[in-house]
Each structure stands twice: as structure tokens, then as C-alpha cells.
Write a protein that binds this ligand. Structure first.
Ligand SMILES: [Zn+2]
Length: 299
């Protein structure tokens, strides 16, 4: 993600308020366009996991709805930040672990089976596309079901780390919380001072979830893999994201520069609205289901 995502979001909001947006079209037009441009690279975001009970960061106008997310630098530098992260994540993780894919995830996986979606790039870290049976997925921002040691590179399952957290933080069990985006939860106050944070089971090094925090950046290899897939696609289909972070918006810029049409299904504004060929302003799940039913299988 960019070094200053919050600053960028404010800039984009100012742009959006100045009226850069396109009107929506019907799903039939989208279907006709996909039939003529059948090799699609899909790019999904938090809006798609909303109906699986995982909250989104922003409302339809792109405004932040809850706490600012954890910053990478602060997580690495400050023990107190890690205490806050692991306490909130300990309470928030079960909501992600137990989440089930919804109609949108399932329809995208069927579009892969039918031969339309060639590659799916997701900003989501919840692994719901994989749970829905989607095969070719690039997890742009990592995966929350893994934890990685930044000292020795060892990865471990989040389930094992969750067990450790439970055994060492019994004082958190009584606390009620509200689920927040990305497996986070609202939790503040003195209880954080007693929070025991996990360390590497192998080298006792510093552990972080295997995700890209704000203030860090996506691996170049992953970005280049997406560019490579995108350059072979007939169209870029953006689903359930406002594209506020540069890590995903850059693929729209790449598509525009290479004359690859950009299609979008989103209920709210996006940062790429003035770059879109077609936009369906509707629920992702029902729109994608319609596409699955209307499109013939490709040979
Ligand atoms: Zn280690």
C-alpha cells in the first residue's frame, strides 16, 4: 500500500465530492460486454465480504467508518501497538475464521469454472474466495490465517497462535467486543497493559500476521504477476471495492494505459469512476449470479 494512504484517501474524497462519477448501467450491458471480452481479470475488495459478516472500512461515499487501521512502522517499533493489535485481533479473528463465502464469492468461482475469470486478485485477507472453491487467486494484501516471523521467516497457522493467545490471556475472555474490518475489533483501555503478545515458536522473534499493513507495500513479485496476468486479459472487472488504496488502483491505471477496458460492480463511488467503461451500481452477489446464469460456458 502507499506510504500515506490516509492522506490519499482525503485527496480522493475531495475529488469524488467534486462530482467525478459515472452513472450505472444494467447488468445486461455488462453481460454483453463480457461475452465479447471473455478473458477477465477480476479485482475484488471488502464490499464482497460484507455479506459474510466482515465489516468494510468505508461507507458508500468512501468515508472511514471505524478506527484507523494499524500502521506497519508502529507495529514493528512499539510493543504497546503490538499489544493493542493482538488483543483486538484475538477477539476479532473468530469472526473471520468462521465466516462463510456468500453469493458473490460463489458466483465468481463459477465464472472461473465457466472460463471467464482467468485470474482473481483480491484485496481481502479473509480467504473466502478460496473457501468458495476459487482456484487461481492472488492475495494482494496477504492472508490473515497465517502468522509470519519477521526475524527468521517461519510461518505458522493463525489457529496455533490463537491457541497460544487464549492460554496466555485469560483476562480477555470476559470482554465483549464489536467486530471491525480485517479481523480487528474495538477494544481499548487498561486491559491492554496486561496483554501477552506471541513470539516466534522457533526463534522467539517478532511475529506479525502475514498481511500487508498500511504503511508497508505489496511485494514487487506479486505486483508484477498481476501486471502480467492483466496484460493477457480482455477486460478488468472491479468488484466490491472503492479502490481507495494505491495498491489496487494502480491496476486500473495499468489497464487504462494498455487500452484494457475496466468494468465495475460496486454499490458506491470508486476512485476509478472516470476511467470505467461500464459500471453496475448494484449488489455484487445478485449481479454476479445473473452473469453466471446468462453467460454460456466457454469451450
Ligand atoms: Zn522466527
Amino acid at each position: 500500500m502507499s506510504a500515506d494512504p490516509l492522506g490519499q484517501v482525503q485527496f480522493v474524497q475531495a475529488q469524488l465530492q467534486s462530482g467525478v462519477a459515472v452513472g450505472g448501467v444494467g447488468v445486461e450491458e455488462l453481460q454483453a460486454f463480457v461475452e465479447e471480452h471473455p478473458r477477465v481479470l477480476a479485482l475484488s475488495g471488502a464490499g464482497i465480504s460484507q455479506h459474510s459478516g466482515i465489516p468494510t472500512y468505508r461507507d458508500a461515499a468512501g468515508v472511514w467508518k471505524s478506527n484507523k487501521p494499524i500502521q506497519h512502522g508502529e507495529f514493528i517499533l512499539h510493543h504497546a501497538t503490538r499489544q493493542r493489535y493482538w488483543a483486538r485481533s484475538y477477539k476479532g479473528w473468530p469472526n473471520v475464521a468462521n465466516a462463510r463465502p456468500n453469493a458473490a464469492h460463489i458466483a465468481l468461482s463459477k465464472l472461473e469454472d465457466l472460463g471467464y475469470v482467468q485470474t482473481l486478485v483480491t484485496q481481502n485477507i479473509d480467504r473466502l474466495h478460496q473457501k468458495a472453491g476459487h482456484r487461481k487467486v492472488i492475495d494482494l494484501h496477504g492472508r490473515l490465517d497465517q502468522v509470519i516471523c519477521i526475524d527468521c521467516g517461519e510461518t505458522m497457522t493463525r489457529a496455533d497462535v490463537q491457541n497460544w493467545l487464549a492460554q496466555n490471556n485469560a483476562h480477555l475472555d470476559e470482554i465483549k467486543v464489536t467486530a471491525a474490518p480485517d479481523g480487528d475489533a474495538q477494544i481499548e483501555g487498561e486491559v491492554l497493559n496486561d496483554m501477552q503478545v506471541p513470539s516466534c515458536f522457533r526463534c522467539s522473534g517478532l511475529l506479525k500476521p502475514n498481511v500487508v499493513f498500511y504503511g508497508s507495500s505489496v511485494d514487487k513479485e506479486i505486483v508484477n504477476a498481476v501486471y502480467d496476468q492483466l496484460s493477457q486479459a480482455d477486460a478488468l472487472l472491479v468488484v466490491g471495492t472503492s479502490l481507495m488504496v494505491f495498491s489496487s488502483f494502480r491496476f486500473c491505471k495499468f489497464a487504462q494505459e494498455n487500452d484494457i477496458p475496466i468494468l465495475c460492480i460496486n454499490e458506491g463511488l470508486t476512485r476509478a469512476d472516470d476511467m470505467l467503461r461500464l459500471k453496475v451500481l448494484a449488489d455484487c452477489g445478485s449481479t454476479l449470479q445473473h452473469l453466471v446464469q446468462a453467460l454460456p460456458a466457454r469451450g
